[in-house]
Design a protein around this ligand. Structure first.
Ligand SMILES: *Cc1c(COP(=O)(O)O)cnc(C)c1O
Length: 370
């Protein structure tokens, strides 16, 4: 037999694959009732009808390779975000880009800084690249943004060996965010040769007045890389389209490892159509906002601690009974995301559903917690 693990490069040997939570495909096959899937922060309002139409039309040319540069989508994104098309790098989901930034800019002997309770992909990216992951402590539990990013702690974790810092704003799985002012202070002190990836996967959902996208600060800070996705507010998770807004010189280096057709033809046209359907996006964002506040209130009424959230999910504390509550919910066809992998075994992450979905969740929760 071959021991493939010992053949793998050092960083990969000690790696554990991304944990998607439950085996949803198996659960769907076993299910005797429709599952209520609130574990992956998917958008329950579905994709724009125009995006679906674009996908159907593009099927006629499915035998042809897509535009390797995704020029039409880049131009649409550039217009939407008031940047140059040369500032846009497309990814097979933003996950691909998050991994590749570490692959390209960090390696053995280098350090990558991220926050405790930051998105799991940052740790994977650093380790897969063979770099050392340095975790900064998060805000304390009783902070206004419980377990959110502590930008001072992140800054203190930066050393001359740091190549890359990953931030998420808002953060997954905490739902928390940091203010424009705090970020400006952070950026002013970050050495310019340290690349800063700001993951804004949930930016479209945000309405907090103290929040600002890092996009506006890119002009003065060429080390800032902003990543976005079509998987969440745009409801195209199944088609895998994400992008980064970054200095063209950075893109030129990234292009060396980019698979030439990394974004497929259906994803390209769907994302472009979704981007143009502002009405559909606004309805999803408004629906989410309303349901998020209602669900948070309902959970708090039941005595649960719920973190403030600017996203389409809530992090709730269920205490010592978390695992049994979660299992009992699964038995009722309600799938939430266990948080043990984040060191938050007493919490569950709950995607905000539609009004009807959230009502079903609360009925199941009341049964289980009775
Ligand atoms: C969902 C999510 C992403 C997006 O992943 P895709 O690969 O674009 O689907 C990125 N970052 C965070 C923090 C997320 O929660």
């Amino acid at each position: 037999m071959i021991d493939f693990n010992t053949l793998a490069q050092a960083g990969i040997r000690s790696l554990r694959a991304y944990d998607p939570g439950h085996d949803l495909v198996a659960l769907r096959k076993q299910a005797t009732q429709s599952l209520l899937e609130l574990g992956s922060n998917e958008n329950p309002y579905g994709a724009s009808p125009q995006a679906k139409q674009a996908v159907i039309a593009a099927l006629d040319t499915a035998h042809i390779y897509p535009d390797p540069l995704g020029g039409d989508l880049k131009r649409a994104l550039a217009q939407r975000h008031a940047v140059d098309a040369a500032n846009i790098l497309l990814g097979n989901g933003s996950h691909e880009l998050l991994m590749q930034f570490a692959q390209v800019f960090a390696g053995p002997g280098d350090e990558v800084v991220a926050s405790q309770y930051g998105f799991a992909v940052y740790a994977l990216a650093a380790q897969a690249a063979g770099a050392r992951l340095v975790l900064a402590k998060a805000n304390p539990h009783d902070h206004a943004m419980p377990r959110g990013h502590d930008l001072d702690a992140l800054l203190a974790a930066v050393t001359p060996r740091t190549k890359l810092v990953y931030l998420a704003n808002p953060n997954n799985p905490t739902g928390t965010w940091y203010s424009q002012q705090a970020f400006a202070n952070f950026l002013a002190q970050l050495p310019v040769q340290v690349l800063l990836v700001v993951d804004e996967a949930y930016a479209e959902f945000v309405d907090a007045p103290d929040y600002a996208s890092a996009l506006a600060l890119r002009d003065q800070h060429p080390n800032v890389i902003v990543t976005r996705t079509f998987s969440k507010a745009y409801a195209l998770a199944g088609l895998r389209v994400g992008f980064a807004v970054v200095h063209p010189d950075c893109i030129a280096v990234m292009e060396r490892v980019r698979e030439s057709f990394n974004v497929n033809a259906l994803g390209l046209v769907a994302a472009e159509a979704a981007l143009r359907d502002a009405t559909h996006l606004a309805a999803a964002v408004a629906g989410n906002r309303h349901q998020r506040e209602a669900l948070a209130a309902a959970l708090r009424q039941r005595g649960l601690m719920v973190s403030p959230s600017q996203t389409n999910f809530l992090l709730a504390e269920f205490g010592a009974a978390t695992a049994s509550i979660e299992a009992a919910l699964v038995a009722r066809g309600v799938i939430l995301r266990p948080m043990g992998g984040y060191g938050l075994g007493d919490c569950l992450r709950i995607t905000v559903g539609t009004e009807h979905e959230n009502a079903r969740l609360l009925v199941a929760l009341d049964e289980v917690m009775a």
